[in-house]
Structures are given as structure tokens and as C-alpha cells.
Design a protein around this ligand. Structure first.
Ligand code: PRP
Ligand code: URA
Length: 210
């Protein structure tokens, strides 16, 4: 329905997501699953990174092979919950730089409040993966991407685990040039701005704060 939104239907991702949603899943398992899903999503979300040809020598002969060209990724988690996805991505792309954007949702207004922003100096030469498990109203992701755009990166992708239709609508309207990757597009937001069926409060479940 949106040409810049990918919903991953891979069985491994869907299986892991089903355990993530279960309220009886422990914080320890929750953290591991968030990271594993991020790795699987990253594998596909990096599919179109540009390659260059380089000469190497195998034990048998010289060969022309392909490597990712230029500077690698910048991964920018939206604090706190986005932190849970970072290792999953850097496991695959270890030379990534990591930035941080601190935002929390005001519980009354649901508006994002920014409290921290530190991005890699050379972000303008990198492809940026902004990560946050939840895209609910979209306010936090919209703000984070707007901040990053001020620094003129090569490209921006947004990776989340669960998205609400309301968040996708708002985000794609605000940033039509940013591809959204998610593992599920859920039914709706409830009156408190939580995704239904969702998985609850991602930050609290990752860090065990509740
Ligand atoms: C959660 C989540 C997103 C945001 C999504 O963070 O991790 O950042 O809410 O909601 P939105 O799309 O309506 O903006 P939260 O504000 O709970 O902060 P936390 O990660 O520090 O717990
Ligand atoms: N933030 C979360 O952590 N969960 C939701 O369902 C919505 C926003």
C-alpha cells in the first residue's frame, strides 16, 4: 500500500516477533530477540548498499571482488528502546558509527521531548539507519529524522519492529524520502497511544524498568 514501507514476512522474524509480543517473555529473552530481529532486518535493509570492485589475492590467484564502497553505516538509536537494536546491526556491519538521539514521549500530550543528540562527525558521508522498536504516533521518529536531515547524510532508513498505521501515515507524509522497514504493521493505537496488539512499553521491557 505504501511504496516506501517494507513489512518483513520472513518466518524467522515472524516467529521471534511472536515471542516478543508475549507478556511472559523475560527481559533477558526480550533483549536477545530484539537484537536478533534487528540483525535479520539489517540483512535485507542493506541490500542496495553500493559496491565497488577491488583486487585481492586468493591463495590461488589475483581476483577482482566486490566490497561495500565508501564509508559504512551510521546507526542512530532513539533512546532508550532503540539501543536494543544497535548490537544486532553492528554484528553485521562492525565498522558502523553510532549516534544517539534522546527523546521521550510526554505521557499526556504524546509529543516527543528531546533531551540528547550526539551524531557522528562524518554522518554527511554515511547511510544512516535510525532504529527504534516502536513507531506509534510517529512523533519521535519524525523528530529524530528531521534532526539527522539537518546534517545532510547520504541517505536515511528507518528500522522499527512494530509500526502502527497512524505512525506510518504520519511518518511517510513527513519524510516521504525515508524508507521504513518493520516486522509488523499492527491494527491501531489505543487511547493512550500504545500500539495494539503491540508488545507493551518496549523500553521498560528491554531494561526491566516497571
Ligand atoms: C517509545 C518508543 C518510541 C516512541 C514511539 O519511547 O521507543 O521512541 O515511544 O512513540 P511515538 O511514535 O508516538 O513517538 P518512549 O517515549 O516510551 O521512551 P523510552 O524508549 O525512553 O522508554
Ligand atoms: N511506545 C512503546 O514502547 N510502545 C507502544 O506501544 C507505543 C509507544
Amino acid at each position: 500500500m505504501y511504496n516506501n514501507v517494507t513489512v518483513f514476512d520472513h518466518p524467522l522474524i515472524q516467529h521471534k516477533l511472536s515471542i516478543l509480543r508475549d507478556k511472559s517473555t523475560s527481559s533477558k529473552d526480550f533483549r536477545a530477540l530484539i537484537s536478533e530481529i534487528a540483525t535479520l532486518m539489517c540483512y535485507d535493509a542493506t541490500r542496495d548498499l553500493p559496491l565497488k570492485e577491488v583486487e585481492i589475492e586468493t591463495p590461488l590467484c589475483k581476483a577482482t571482488v566486490k566490497q561495500i564502497s565508501g564509508k559504512k553505516l551510521a546507526v542512530v538509536p532513539i533512546l532508550r528502546a532503540g539501543l536494543g537494536m544497535v548490537d544486532g546491526i553492528t554484528n553485521l556491519v562492525p565498522s558502523s558509527r553510532i549516534g544517539h538521539i534522546g527523546l521521550y514521549r510526554d505521557e499526556e500530550t504524546l509529543q516527543p521531548v528531546e533531551y540528547y543528540c550526539k551524531l557522528p562527525k562524518d554522518i554527511n558521508e554515511r547511510d544512516v539507519f535510525v532504529v527504534d522498536p516502536m513507531l506509534a504516533t510517529g512523533g519521535s521518529a519524525i523528530d529524530a529524522v528531521s534532526q539527522i536531515k539537518l546534517r545532510g547524510p547520504r541517505s536515511i532508513r528507518f528500522l522499527c519492529i512494530i509500526a502502527a498505521p497512524e505512525g506510518v501515515e504520519a511518518f511517510t507524509k513527513a519524510h516521504p524520502d525515508v524508507h521504513v522497514f518493520c516486522a509488523a504493521l499492527d491494527e491501531k493505537l489505543n487511547e493512550k497511544g500504545y500500539i495494539v496488539p503491540g508488545l507493551g512499553d518496549a523500553g521498560d521491557r528491554i531494561f526491566g524498568t516497571k
